[in-house]
Design a protein around this ligand. Structure first.
Ligand code: S3P
Length: 438
């Protein structure tokens, strides 16, 4: 089937959207389930390429994972002692979360050698950010000469200690905390900016001795009890529908959405831009969850994003940049250097794509400055295999005057296989399959 979609402006959206389970929580529930002693039951797990990579990785280190397509997952672990050296190189596909969290887990497999790799995109991503602090804790961990995967970890050497993450990354922080959980002494991790704390919350829920004090988390080595968990809807997936409502002057309602403050930053941006955002909290622990209704209300205002706010919406920045093209005035999005090391150099790819759509965008080393509002035009774009770019270019079609031809459309399966169906249901964009490839 063709990997090209032709996308055209539809109507102002109005309705409820069912959003799939959170990707970050699904990864963690599967991988932490593999460390527990007994059967963990995970409902509402996101069934997508990335989270299937975590399931395969959990199996590779000895867990039993029973996960029928689209259904609940059961992960049976045998505790830290039951972890096994993988029989082969573990392929983490496109998933940075799988690979980085596995590095922490691998450091706790006594004498086991774990070699981790991934697809072409993942093999270009930086891993010294994990290897260096892991080594400070005593681990025996290696990257290729340039710092990218494959990576290798020889387990059983983590003494414990105090480390800094160096970059604002929940993946790095989580890898270090897992190394501590499975190591010989407590590990204290300090981060510069607050990133998502799902690992800390889930470890506490599973009975680990973990304390958090602002930017500092300390974990003691110890066992984990199995988990019974319902994964809330993914705010990074909901964000595209919220932005679609704001762009089209429509209204979208989403239920059961994860509202962890370290994830919900895009709601603040939508408010800043002038959209009406209503939040009704339905649950507070182990993670805040609620209903969110976003209504586009009149002309959009420019956006200012500071570096401290970026971890709270790091995956939504491409959508925020798109929103900024439709806002009156100059939007400053700052502190974006981490976007350069995502599945693609997203900072550059967003600047190039928005410019091709006719927007006024200046790309800086770690910032985007966007002048708006601009009428966008139709053009040919490519996801470059990056799911977040595929979503953004699809949503852009809701405000473009001509059709957007999107190559690499199948990248959505990394985190949101039902994306095209849901897009069609909203009516905000009309999508057709492009011409078949030879
Ligand atoms: C994630 C953390 C973020 C985010 C990614 C998922 C996680 O990456 O971009 O999609 O689940 O911990 P970094 O840790 O590299 O910032």
């Amino acid at each position: 089937m063709s990997d090209v979609r032709v996308l055209e402006r539809g109507q102002a959206v109005d309705g409820d959207v069912a959003v799939p389970g959170d990707k970050s929580l699904t990864h963690r529930a599967i991988l932490l389930g593999a460390l527990a002693e007994g059967a963990s039951h995970i409902e509402g797990a996101l069934d997508a390429d990335d989270t299937r990579s975590s399931a395969a990785a959990a199996r590779a280190v000895g867990a039993q994972v029973d996960w029928p397509a689209g259904g609940a997952a059961t992960v049976v672990g045998r505790g830290a002692i039951g972890l096994q050296e993988p029989a082969d190189v573990v392929d983490c596909g496109n998933s940075g979360t799988t690979l980085r969290l596995l590095m922490g887990i691998a450091s706790g497999i006594p004498d086991g050698l774990t070699v981790l790799t991934g697809d072409r995109s993942l093999r270009g991503r930086p891993m010294r950010r994990v290897v260096e602090p892991l080594r400070q804790l005593g681990a025996d961990a290696w990257t290729r000469a340039g710092g990218s995967p494959p990576v290798a970890v020889r387990g059983g050497r983590v003494r414990g200690g105090r480390v800094q993450t160096g970059v604002p990354s929940a993946q790095v922080k989580s890898a270090l905390l897992l190394a501590g959980l499975l190591g010989h002494g407590p590990v204290t991790v300090t981060e510069e900016l607050a990133t998502r704390d799902h690992t800390e919350r889930m470890l506490a829920l599973m009975g680990a001795a973990i304390q958090r004090d602002g930017l500092v988390s300390t974990v003691q080595p110890g066992p984990l009890a199995p988990l019974t968990y319902r994964i809330p809807a993914d705010p990074s997936a909901a964000a595209m529908w919220w932005v679609l409502a704001a762009l089209t002057g429509g209204r979208i309602s989403t239920r059961g959405v994860l509202l962890n403050p370290a994830r919900a930053g895009v709601l603040e941006v939508l408010r800043q831009a002038g959209a009406l955002v209503e939040v009704e909290l339905e649950q507070q622990v182990p993670e805040p969850v609620g209903r969110v209704v976003v209504t586009g209300a009149g002309p959009l205002r420019s956006i200012r994003l500071t570096p401290a706010a970026v971890p709270g919406l790091v995956d939504e920045v491409p959508l925020v940049a798109l929103l900024a093209t439709q806002a009156r005035g100059t939007s400053h999005l700052e502190g974006l250097s981490e976007l350069r090391v995502k599945e693609t150099d997203r900072l550059h790819a967003v600047a190039v794509g928005l410019t091709a759509l006719g927007a006024h965008v200046a790309e800086h080393a770690d910032a985007l400055v966007i002048e708006g509002p601009t009428r966008l035009r139709g053009t040919a774009l490519d996801s470059l295999g990056d799911h977040r770019l595929a979503f953004t270019w699809a949503i852009a079609a809701s405000v473009a005057d001509g059709p957007i031809t999107l190559a690499g459309a199948s990248a959505v399966s990394v985190s949101y296989p039902g994306f095209w169906d849901t897009l069609a249901e909203t009516g905000g964009v009309v999508a057709h399959h492009g011409p078949s490839e030879e």
